[in-house]
Design a protein around this ligand. Sequence first.
Ligand SMILES: NC(=O)c1ccc[n+]([C@@H]2O[C@H](COP(=O)([O-])OP(=O)(O)OC[C@H]3O[C@@H](n4cnc5c(N)ncnc54)[C@H](OP(=O)(O)O)[C@@H]3O)[C@@H](O)[C@H]2O)c1
Length: 329
Amino acid sequence: MQKAWFYEEYGSKEVLQFGNLPIPTPQHNQLLVQVCAAALNPIDVKRRQRPIFPSDFPVVPGCDMAGVVVAKGSGITKFNVGDEVYGNIQDFNAEGKLKQLGTLAEFIVVEENLAARKPKNLSFEEAASLPLALQTAIEGFTTAGFKEGQSIFIVGGAGGVGTLVVQLAKLVYGASYVVATTSTPKVDFVKSLGADRVVDYRKVKYEEIEERFDFLYDTIGDCKNSFVVAKDDAPIVDITWPISHPRAMYSSLTVTGDNLEKLRSYLETGKLKAVIDPSGPYDFKDVIEAFRHLETGRALGKVVISTFPSSYLPIPLPVPFEDKNDLCP
Ligand SMILES: NC(=O)c1ccc[n+]([C@@H]2O[C@H](COP(=O)([O-])OP(=O)(O)OC[C@H]3O[C@@H](n4cnc5c(N)ncnc54)[C@H](OP(=O)(O)O)[C@@H]3O)[C@@H](O)[C@H]2O)c1
């Protein structure tokens, strides 16, 4: 058995239980990964509150992970036991159910194509903070058909997704001019991520902004108000559902390790940085506290969980396993 967080009914964070669950067995094309760090996302909260995706109980929350491959199913070509990997494991089967239990567990199985090799310069915590938010951030630019040299207005530059959108705008997509919104205490930080101008939304209304932008990227679902800063023909992307303006296009992430691999050079050169909320990383035993912080809606970057309970090892693993059962540093 392994230690995991799970719930057996929908509700507030108090439905979360800490206990024992079986270690999953990797099937064809799957890796068994010992999780060293995980990150929370708003979808983990929404899924826990109501049945957004059909799931069988118990549900283990968590999409993002970084860890070490400890066993492989058949057909694995890209990874070996001992490899450090990261990824978003949120994937669905033909019935529309999530294929795997989540990442707030000591061990997870993940399809090989959803994992990517962890950039060596990143800690497990930094790597775990990236996958879902980075996949989402990238997709918004694709949805908009963004072109080099265009200007961008980002609503919500300080969240898990927003901190990456701000960084990607110039670094990867060649934006000519980047403006982002946030609240007073976070203005300097968002500027440090590469924004030319940061609008303090507590002091300035959208209507007071005189410039008009080639792309409006709204990460918080405020398009019904923010649309005024977009040029008449500019794409407006909303990553929240339901979209809040008729001109807005909903953008949803593509879950694959490939889009993480494509950004490897930006991560390895330190140009693209993981942003971990300063209240964390949270210890594995403090997952409820970590959810409490995420649910304030004020997180700066990503809420990360680390220090998984490797002291519970050694654990009898279900498949042939090289003697590497305590790999998290
Ligand atoms: N479509 C998809 O595929 C997809 C994927 C990921 C996430 N999402 C959704 O996208 C949304 C954002 O996700 P996330 O992970 O970035 O959330 P998050 O990290 O929880 O976002 C928190 C941030 O939102 C900012 N914020 C709140 N109200 C704001 C306002 N009025 N103006 C500007 N900033 C504001 C906060 O900054 P201040 O403290 O400065 O207000 C805080 O830093 C969620 O609804 C999530 O479910 C969708």
